[in-house]
Design a protein around this ligand. Sequence first.
Ligand code: PMP
Length: 416
Amino acid sequence: MNIFETLESEVRSYCRSWPAVFETATGSWLRDEHGKEYLDFFAGAGSLNYGHNNPALKEQLLDYLRSDGVTHSLDMSTVAKKRFLEAFHELVLKPRGLDYKIMFPGPTGTNSVEAALKLARKVTGRQLVLSFTNGFHGMTLGALSVTGNSMKRGGAGLPLGNAMPMPYDGYLDGQLPDFLWLDRLLSDSGSGLDHPAAVIVETVQGEGGINAARAEWLRGLADLCQRHEMLLIVDDVQMGCGRTGPFFSFEVAGITPDIVCLSKSIGGYGMPLALTLFRPEMDLWSPGEHNGTFRGNNPAFVTATAALETYWTDDKLEKSTLAKGEHVERVLSEITEAYPDTGMRVKGRGLARGLSFEQSELADQVCREAFDRGLIMETSGPESEVVKVMPPLTISDEELERGLALLADSVRVVAA
Ligand code: PMP
């Protein structure tokens, strides 16, 4: 019997089922109901950049609840919201010279993408959105239409139109000349391509297999958008909040998107919160045109503000993430060199790293071996061929070393 099937989720569409029932979690560790400990190299798929039950955030949340702070608000103005907006402007936007309006589109990353797509179409009056192969943007129909993975559409049976996937950087192993072909398609009135409203892109594709776009490629894309008057939407839902080093993942390329989607770690504590940022002059929303009950969750504002105040008043977290990321890359490279026959490759940027296998079954086996050793990891990529290495950014050097040693042991067993 496959042990991974013993605790199958009751909803068959959902596949993430480690054979344990988890009960508590602190920092980089999870504990199951029997007290067994697991080091977490999964970090809620990027929603726990500051670790589980981070004490600084927890303290603020408990204080807020003890003082009967407003929990639900249906997007009213609250002190928690005001403080978050101030902190986000002061600590995130201002130091980076960015000027965005901040919208709370709903509780999840998908909501942020939906608002971005809707706003881009509203602002430009155009319909087509260009997206990328292997991109992932969420599970509602608009977000699915720009998701470059047909399996995820699950036979939705609907014409998910007005979106077109283009080759992401590295598609065909870099054999495509950067943007000449797309520039030509956009300039040539006989190409049949409608003038797009926007382009949506991840700087590192998380679900698509930790594919990191080169900074020059991202700059080329931003330039193309400018020349052809298309809005650039960066989906930073998984790679934002420091996952790749800087707060926004697009900082590596020095580009300024027109719209930015943020969620996952922005709440700081694993609680749902999503933001859609857009250039102020694009604020054409009329009252009630984009609403939702759980937009802007107040307890999440409290932990989000605490996370910004704890980790983003200086560049310490950014530097340590870059250093840890380089260390992970070195160790993963040593692992791949030890087993050249497996065709393993190291991927990613910052602390979003991956180990890809030519045979996808091996990636799955590595995760199972790792789980048995007390290390939690998951796979991504179109064939689930990439083992994702995404610990909390706050992981200690010792914990990181320990997890990497467990990963190396797991690969040895599988690859030998
Ligand atoms: N965009 C990206 C880049 C993501 O990784 C995800 C989630 N994996 C989403 C959007 C959707 O976010 P959510 O699951 O919170 O709706």
